[in-house]
Each structure stands twice: as C-alpha cells, then as structure tokens.
Design a binder for this molecule. Structure first.
Ligand SMILES: *Cc1c(COP(=O)(O)O)cnc(C)c1O
Length: 474
C-alpha cells in the first residue's frame, strides 16, 4: 500500500499534469481523498477551479484591494509564517502594528496620537464590533455608577453595513436604523432627538455609506448631540465607521471635519484592505484616548518580557497584511496616497459626467464629496422595458461585476447601481465599461425583458434575515 502510494505520487510528479491520474477524475467534494497528489498537479487542478471565479479587477462592486505591487506579494509570502498574536516571538511585527496604529491615529487627528490606543483587526467588521463594545461598556459603567438599569442598550445610525446588524444581534444591543426620509441618503442631524434616549450607547456615523458612497455629516451630527446635551442632558458619543472614507478623506477632503478633531468622536474604524490599499485581511480601530477604551475589555499578552495590551475578537491571525500596510505607508507616504485617491476620485467624477449623458440613467451620487464611486438609477416615470438588474446581468457577460440593489427603508422603491473606483481601476478601463453599459442599454431597449427574474446583486450587507426567520419560525 505504502509502496503503491509512493509510486503513484512519483508517477504524477513526472507525468503531464493533465494526463496524470488525479486529473482524470472529478475533484473530491465531500471526503478527504485517501491518497496524495503531486504538488504541481494539485496546484494546477485547484487553480483551474478558480478560473470560474469572477475576475477581481473587473469587480467594480468591491471596495477591497485587487491590485498590489510585486513587493507586497513578496512581503506577504515572506510573512506567511508570522502569527501576529505572538508578540513575544515576533516583536518586530508587533512593533510594526503599533507604528501603524499611531500613524493612523495621527492621520485622524487624535489629540495625543503617540499615546492613544488602537489595534489591527481582520477588517472593519471586527473593528466595528470592538468600537461598539467599547461604547456599550462605557455606557454600562456610567449607568451602573448612577444606579440606573443597563438592560436596554441601543445605538442610533443611518443605513449601516451589515457588521452593525451583526454587532446588534451578537452583543444584544438594539439597533435603531433611522429610515431614509425626504430624499436623504444617510443619517441627518434632525433625526437624532427622535431616536436617541438615555439608553443610547452611541451614534454610529458612516464615512462612505455602503449603498451610495456618500459621507454622513459627522460634524453636524456632533453639533446636534452637543445641543442635545445642553438641552436634555444626554451625553452621547460618536463612533465613525470610516471603513472606506478613513483612508480617502484625510488625503483628498482635507477640509472636511469628521475625525478626532471633533471632541465627541471617541473611536473610528477603517479597513486597511479597502482604500488603505493593503491586501485583504486587515482593519483598524483607534480610540481618541486611552480613557475611551474601558480597561475591562483589555487583555494582556507577553511582549519582550513585559505585557502588551490587546483587545480583539481573534487570537491567531496572519501578520502579513499588517506588514504590507506598513509597507504602503512607507512606500507611498501622504503624497502617494493623495495621488492615488485623487486619481480614483477624478475617474469617478468623469464616469458620473458620462453616466449623466446616458438617456435612461440619472445620478444618485456623482462621486464628488464622498468616496470615489458613482451611484445611479433609472429615471422615474418612464417605462424602460428593463431593470438595472438586467443591465448588471448584461455587462456581466463581458466580465464586469456591478452591484444593483434597492436602497434601504424608507427608499426601498429606488433601485440603484453602484460603481466603485479604486486603485488599479484606470480611466481606460472605465471607458471600456462605459462602452459596454451603453451597448447593454441599447440591447435591452431593443429587446425588452417584460418578465425579468434578474434580482439584486449585492453581498455587502444590504439585507439580514430577520431573527424569527433565521430561527425557522414564520
Ligand atoms: C466594508 C465595510 C464594512 C465591513 O468591513 P470589512 O473590512 O469588509 O469587514 C463596514 N462598514 C462599512 C461602511 C463598510 O464599507
């Protein structure tokens, strides 16, 4: 048996990959195979399966990094063995993470950026949960100290990414998602008095709303909360979910007040793997000061014979993405980030201007004061004979992946299409996309789809199954 196995493996190693035994069978789906496969054959077979994935560079529905420099690929390979939680074993990876935290805190104008606290995470989802947990703990401690009940915490937000719905459910906090009223695309200051109360642990403002790319007005929200504190005595902190905007606004919207320059902003998260330009798997959360992260939530791990404070949901995690983030900071500097984000923003605004010229389309977001993105809908009051879902399917035939979906409540009747421009999406590529969009629309006008069953194409957090359905109850 053992001999037979060795012989087969040996044969596969010298044989052509596509005539070797393993390529004559379908690959296993349910059981671990009994025998081994030569590495080159296994590699080719697995890689071939991945041909069926979409081409990530043409995926204009994702905010995430799909192009990196060869040096980043090298650093990722160099770090494949680094567990970032082993701070004592890999102290320089820990040091690099710390440098990133302080650089980001400085980028976001933390009052004492060298002394603040923050950490890397797997992405903005984990980072948001940590931010939310800190809000919940601070609120709970304050309530307990005053002898008040702590059983009904809530947070107030606009149209949030799915991670906040998870936070609400996993950590038992009521989510008060303010509906989009009077044509709004995000949370408005005048919503706050209606939705906040003594049990509000915080307001979550989004810098780069997933659905459209707009920024919620953090400074105006903070001013309204200041006024509420004066009028009704509620002191409600803000967490900014800057998953995308956190690495855009500091470079190309420098006049915008949204970060720790506003006293009420106590914590901010961002995805390193979105406009932070790092490869997938890294997010960041930073607190305004050490005092804003409750001590109860901190655990200590060994570090150079001492202790290092950590706060995370994960334990073991790859170190490569963090190292690649630091590489980007070093490689690009403020100058490089500014150039890249400005180029993306310019391309988005150019795309918006072109979209506006396409008959049946109407802009919802023109790429100007928020993320480098464009969002549009079909013009109201006309029979188009097709939906944006049909158009998404049509351009998918050319490899483009473009998200189409309804806006959240109360604007569910508005279906939008959103194109994200990120590093590596050039003006020429967007020109080619425009040609395909125009061709797609012409085709659909000539070949209407009266009974279309095309549906939303969006996986970034529009819809969560209500709790009762998830449990199987009707
Ligand atoms: C992408 C996104 C998230 C989730 O971030 P991940 O890094 O994918 O976990 C959270 N909030 C907003 C606003 C986002 O755009």
């Amino acid at each position: 048996m053992a001999l037979h196995q060795t012989v087969e493996a040996h044969d596969e190693a010298i044989e052509d990959v596509y005539s070797a035994g393993s390529s004559q069978r379908r690959l296993p789906k349910f059981r671990l195979p009994e025998h081994s496969t030569a590495p080159s054959a296994a590699y080719n077979l697995v890689r071939d399966e991945l041909l069926l994935d979409g081409n990530s560079r043409q995926n204009l529905a994702t905010f995430c990094t799909t192009w990196v420099e060869p040096e980043v690929q090298k650093l990722m390979a160099d770090a494949v063995d680094k567990n970032m939680i082993d701070k004592d074993e890999y102290p320089q990876t820990a040091e690099i993470e710390n440098r990133c935290v302080h650089m980001i805190a400085d980028l976001w104008h933390a009052p004492k950026s060298w002394d603040t606290i923050g950490c890397s995470t797997t992405g903005s989802s984990e980072a948001s949960m940590l931010g939310g947990l800190a809000l919940k703990w601070r609120w709970k401690k304050k309530r307990e100290a005053a002898g008040l009940s702590t059983d009904k915490p809530n947070f107030v937000c606009g149209p949030v990414q799915i991670c906040w719905k998870k936070f609400a459910r996993y950590f038992d906090v009521e989510i008060r998602e303010v509906p989009l009223r009077d044509g709004a695309l995000g949370l408005q200051p005048h919503d706050l008095r209606e939705f906040c109360d003594e049990n509000t642990i915080g307001v979550v403002a989004t810098l780069g709303v997933t659905f459209t790319g707009i920024y919620e007005p953090v400074a105006a929200l903070a001013r309204e909360l200041d006024a509420m504190q004066r009028d009704i005595g509620l002191d409600i902190p803000i967490h900014v979910d800057a998953a995308s905007g956190g690495f855009v606004a500091p470079f190309i919207q420098r006049e915008l007040d949204w970060d720790f320059t506003i006293d009420r902003v106590k914590s901010i998260n961002a995805s390193g793997h979105k406009y932070g330009l790092a490869p997938l798997g890294v997010g960041w959360v930073v607190w305004r000061s050490k005092a804003d992260l409750p001590e109860d939530l901190i655990f200590y791990v060994d570090y150079l014979g001492g202790n290092m404070a950590t706060f995370a949901l994960n334990f073991s995690r790859p170190g490569g993405e963090i190292i690649a983030q630091y590489y980007n900071f070093l490689r690009l500097g403020r100058e490089g980030y500014t150039r890249i984000q400005q180029a993306c923003s310019d391309t988005a605004q150019w795309l918006a201007a072109e979209i506006a010229k396409i008959g049946p389309l109407e802009l919802v977001y023109d790429g100007k004061d928020g993320l480098p993105a464009v969002c549009y809908k079909l013009k109201d009051g006309e029979a188009h004979g097709f939906t944006l879902y049909d158009l998404s399917e049509r351009v998918r035939m050319r490899g483009w992946q473009i998200a189409s979906y309804p806006l959240p409540a109360d604007r569910q009747q508005v279906v939008v299409q959103r194109v994200l421009i990120r590093h590596g999406v050039s003006r020429d590529l967007i020109g080619l996309l425009l040609d395909d969009l125009r061709r797609g629309i012409d085709y659909l006008r000539q070949n209407p789809v009266p009974n279309s069953d095309a549906g939303p194409t969006f996986s970034h957090g529009a819809h969560v199954v209500p709790l009762k359905d998830a449990r199987g109850r009707v």
